[in-house]
Design a protein around this ligand. Structure first.
Ligand SMILES: Nc1ncnc2c1ncn2[C@@H]1O[C@H](COP(=O)(O)OP(=O)(O)OP(=O)(O)O)[C@@H](O)[C@H]1O
Ligand SMILES: [Mg+2]
Length: 204
């Protein structure tokens, strides 16, 4: 893999998220930025880190459609584990928890702004419950993509706070630059648990 230029504080925040997940503190990391700002590159580095510590890695991507099929995301994540599947979302939640039970699991969700609502609902529920050993690492293409109805309905719930307000909430442990609202920073990394009570200061 080509060497990353910069991104040290973002990688450090993401890698803390991996460690937390393996210790039983599941969480969410969001790499947000405009098209081509290096979101997927950052995530691929995190995938390599997870591989190095023998964490499971599963990958899914949102579908560029206003109404993606229900469970589109989770069915990709659990492909091979959830077949045949009877349409029960609870079964997907249980499988995901089980998969991470031993060494933890990194769940990559690319283009989460196009995710389906039922998958987002389950991920939010799992994160709220605070059980399991997983890190959900999502990329969020902003401001270039028209979000799915599911993201519009569930995005704030998943993040625990509207992304644009995250600096006022205890969600952020790693952040580069002034954030999306300033439109100057190419990438924002938010790592945390939506129900997180402890405040950790941003690095940058
Ligand atoms: N930190 C970095 N150092 C060096 N090159 C980088 C870095 N981040 C990204 N790149 C390069 O920039 C290009 C775009 O990166 P990438 O595909 O990760 O962006 P993206 O934000 O995922 O784009 P998209 O919104 O289209 O999904 C790639 O060629 C990648 O190799
Ligand atoms: Mg990408």
């Amino acid at each position: 893999m080509a060497r990353l230029i910069g991104r040290d504080s973002e990688l450090a925040a993401l890698s803390r998220g991996l460690t937390d997940a393996r210790r039983g503190r599941s969480g969410l990391a969001v790499c947000a930025g405009a098209t081509g700002t290096g979101k997927s590159t950052l995530v691929s580095t995190l995938i390599a880190d997870a591989d190095n510590v023998a964490m499971r890695v599963r990958w899914a991507s949102g579908l560029d459609s206003p109404e993606p099929p229900p469970y589109w995301i989770l069915r990709q994540v659990l492909a091979g584990d959830a077949e045949p599947w009877d349409g029960d979302g609870g079964e997907l939640a249980r499988l995901l928890t089980e998969l991470g039970a031993d060494s933890g699991i990194l769940v990559v969700v690319e283009d989460i702004q196009w995710a389906d609502e039922p998958s987002l609902g389950i991920l939010a529920e799992l994160l709220r419950a605070g059980t399991g050993r997983f890190l959900v690492c999502a990329t969020l293409r902003e401001p270039d993509a028209e979000p799915s109805a599911g993201w519009l309905a569930r995005g704030d719930e998943l993040l625990g706070a509207p992304l644009l307000e995250q600096r006022r909430r205890p969600l952020c442990v790693g952040q580069a630059g002034p954030g999306l609202d300033g439109r100057r920073d190419p990438l924002l990394v938010v790592v945390g648990h939506p129900g997180c009570a402890g405040v950790q200061q941003p690095d940058g």
